[in-house]
Write a protein that binds this ligand. Structure first.
Ligand code: SF4
Length: 263
């Protein structure tokens, strides 16, 4: 019998293969012919589902905020060592505490496949301890979509077969103007690890860091609502908050934006 890290790695490889085959053949019931749904798309649906649809139809439109986010995320992982997935899975199941950055993960969920790339996950002996999401934002309160994204990552980790019995998710809200992200990242990870697996709010440098226990059932409820759209059980729902539309890069093309503030 294969050791757990080899078995999970084989399953990951098989799912990636399935995604590639499905994409080539278009043999899928999911919208836009893709056999998988990304965690980030599910989270974005909770901001505005219509925006998710326009992005698929019209393509990505670059904004300054997106560019800034990409640069900052690269900086966060700048001190990380590169390794292949085989070695990484081996370390994840060892006695060594491991922080995996931007690890691409897939898992089966009901009749489709979920894909996610969390900013970082802390592992020890095959147990997923913390999943980290770094958000460069002026907000000091995490939006609902941030919770959803972290919960989808939790569901993927659970679906892969990692031990998630003490898993917590971390939402770190970092002011957009922050510099020296790699040091900040280390400080946040250390503070969260020192605090242990419990709900807490931490002030770390200029950042607000929220830690919540992962719960499987609310995560499934969030995912199931979002998947109704991907399974074409309903049309895309636009936000009811016109304030979002004033910042939306698709506003000129959107025919469903609300006229007045109703939510
Ligand atoms: S303009 Fe408003 S309703 Fe339309 S996609 Fe953008 S945020 Fe959504």
């Amino acid at each position: 019998m294969k050791p757990p890290h080899e078995r999970l790695l084989d399953e990951q490889t098989a799912l990636f293969h399935e995604i590639t085959l499905g994409r080539k053949s278009g043999d899928t019931e999911i919208r836009f012919g893709q056999p998988w749904v990304a965690a980030s798309s599910i989270a974005d649906q909770y901001y505005c589902e219509q925006k998710v649809e326009l992005r698929r139809l019209l393509g990505e439109i670059e904004t300054k905020d997106k560019q800034r986010g990409s640069v900052a995320h690269e900086e966060l992982a700048s001190d990380a060592l590169e390794t292949n997935q085989e070695d990484l899975f081996h370390i994840i199941f060892s006695d060594q505490l491991t922080i995996a950055h931007e690890l691409l993960l897939v898992s089966r969920y009901k009749d489709l496949i979920l894909v996610g790339q969390p900013d970082a996950v802390a592992f020890h002996q095959g147990r997923a301890l913390f999943v980290f999401e770094f958000k460069f934002s002026h907000s000091r309160i995490p939006y609902h979509s941030y919770h959803v994204q972290a919960n989808v990552y939790g569901k993927i980790l659970e679906g892969i077969g990692f031990d998630i019995s003490t898993l917590c998710y971390v939402i770190a809200l970092i002011p957009s103007s922050t510099k020296g992200e790699s040091t900040l990242f280390t400080n946040i990870v250390q503070a969260v690890m020192d605090n242990g697996p419990q709900e807490v709010t931490l002030d770390i440098d200029t950042s607000k860091v929220y830690v919540f226990p992962y719960r499987s059932t609310p995560a499934e409820e969030d995912i199931d609502w979002a998947l109704e759209y991907w399974r074409s059980k309903r049309d895309a729902i636009p936000t009811r908050n016109p304030n979002k539309c004033t910042r939306c890069e698709y506003t000129a093309s959107c025919e469903l934006k609300p006229d007045t503030y109703t939510h």
